[in-house]
Write a new protein. Structure first.
Length: 274
């Protein structure tokens, strides 16, 4: 585990210029593998973690205790900064968000994200959503711990009738109360990405790429994006290969799905074996 203060300083510096990929491990093994592949920072994924625990990705399916334990485990397993996918703070009130943010920060995490969806999947009203981000900001400032706060506007994900305009308004509000990084998951069109970058500037924008949209890291950098995450996508890639191989074995009794598996030697070495 990296020193928390050093990891937070490194994480902040990564957002100052350029564009970097922050992939999302779902357990210790995937975190260590991603670190060894050279990524400069990692982020947890609530969906990937939920699937690994045999649960759906839904609000409050995982308890805050389970999530904090998971985040702490990932942070302790690597020497690069880790950002926590902290959903909506696992609390109904702004005060509860603040209390849980303090608990999450105590894991040594370098950053965390708070989204603006309620337990029923709808968006919080703008004023309440801003209040919740302000509470998270206050909790971080009280501890003076240097944790980077990412605020997420979920308008594209929930099917808002005007997701770009609503995201811009919400993200500007979150920025005004102290969010360090802004994020509108599920935006895909280059012109909309550029509009979001310009709307939150000079603060950095995170873009989620969950499928091959044709955009590369270089393309996103040219649009002004600073950080690119992949959410549950890597876990779903792993699940896809697993399900194809298992289905072939179950239905045909053949082993073609095992082709392309990582070698035992490669994985054993990655996990510290001789």
């Amino acid at each position: 585990m990296a020193d928390a203060a050093a990891a937070r300083s490194t994480f902040k510096a990564l957002h100052a210029e350029g564009c970097f990929a922050i992939p999302n491990p779902w357990d210790v093994g995937s975190a260590r593998a991603l670190e060894q592949l050279g990524f400069s920072a990692l982020a947890t994924t609530s969906a990937g973690f939920a699937f690994a625990r045999g649960r759906p990705d839904a609000m409050d399916v995982l308890s805050v205790e389970e999530v904090i334990e998971h985040v702490a485990e990932i942070v302790a397993s690597v020497d690069v900064p880790v950002n926590a996918d902290f959903q909506a703070g696992y609390a109904t009130s702004a005060e509860g968000v603040a209390a849980n943010v303090r608990r999450c920060a105590s894991t040594g995490v370098a950053g965390l994200s708070i989204e603006d969806t309620n337990r029923d999947g709808s968006l919080f009203e703008p004023a309440e959503a801003v209040e919740r981000i302000a509470a998270a900001r206050g909790a971080i400032d009280e501890e003076d711990n240097g944790v980077l706060l990412t605020a997420r506007a979920e308008c594209f994900l929930v099917g808002h009738p005007n997701p770009l305009e609503e995201s811009i308004q919400r993200l500007r509000g979150y920025s005004e109360v102290g969010a360090d990084v802004l994020f509108a998951p599920a935006v895909r069109a280059a012109d909309q990405i550029r509009a979001l970058v310009e709307a939150v500037a000079p603060k950095p924008l995170n873009v989620l790429i969950s499928a091959d949209t044709g955009l590369s890291i270089s393309d996103l950098a040219e649009l002004g994006v600073r950080r690119v995450s992949v959410g549950s996508a890597l876990s779903r890639v792993a699940w896809g290969a697993f399900l194809r191989a298992a289905q072939e074995l179950a239905e045909q009794g053949t082993f073609g799905g095992l082709d392309g598996a990582a070698s035992f030697a490669t994985l054993n070495q990655m996990m510290g074996g001789g």
